[in-house]
Design a protein around this ligand. Structure first.
Ligand code: HEC
Length: 171
């Protein structure tokens, strides 16, 4: 999000050099971006402090112990429209992801999974999630998660590290 703001700011500087009407369109654009960025910035639960996050990260299996929690949180903005991560939060289009690691795929009580997911048989861990997120459709054809995937390997590592920290049962 920071990068976005910087890009808008840079754009505004570039465009303002072209005269008042361009400047106006640049400010209109950043105003239009603000509501989109807002929900991701507001965590629903009290955020753990930086020390707790570092300790939780360091305890993760490799390579997730090298993950960037903040970067992962930003990638998770792509999932939030369909998934909650907080304990006890409701399902949306997709199931709540709290406690997903160590859970059998398609096993969250009360969520109506596709047949493809119901027929699959494995337990979620970092490696499985990495394959799923790289390309949900080729990983499990026929599943109902309408999401193209996260192509960037580092972004997936950071996202999974974030999910591992956030989806772990509260101490
Ligand atoms: C457009 C909505 C949508 C988006 C965006 C989305 N998902 Fe999903 N997700 C779903 C749906 C729907 C399912 C259930 C799929 C099925 O039953 O076939 C699902 C299933 C899952 C599951 C399996 C859960 C289980 O209980 O077995 C995981 C893990 C998951 N999503 C993670 C993610 C992550 C991480 C992201 C972001 C990178 C993401 N999803 C983005 C809709 C979405």
């Amino acid at each position: 999000m920071m990068r976005r703001l910087l890009i808008s700011a840079a754009l505004a500087v570039v465009l303002s050099a072209c005269g008042p009407s361009a400047e106006q369109s640049a400010s209109t654009q950043s105003a239009a971006e603000a509501p989109v960025a807002a929900p991701a910035a507001a965590p629903a639960a009290p955020a753990p402090n930086a020390e707790e996050i570092q300790a939780a990260l360091a305890a993760l299996p490799a390579p997730y112990n090298e993950g960037d929690y903040e970067a992962g949180r930003r990638v998770f903005a792509q999932c939030r429209s369909c998934h909650t991560i907080e304990a006890g939060a409701p399902n949306r289009v997709g199931p709540n992801l709290h406690g997903v690691f160590g859970r059998e795929i398609g096993s969250l009580e009360g969520f109506n999974y596709s047949q493809a997911v119901q027929d699959a048989d494995f337990v979620w861990d970092g490696a499985q999630l990495d394959h799923w997120l790289a390309n949900p459709q080729s990983f499990l054809p026929g599943n109902r998660m309408a999401f193209a995937g996260v192509r960037n390997e580092t972004q997936r590592r950071d996202l999974i590290a974030y999910l591992m920290v956030e989806s772990a049962p509260a101490p």
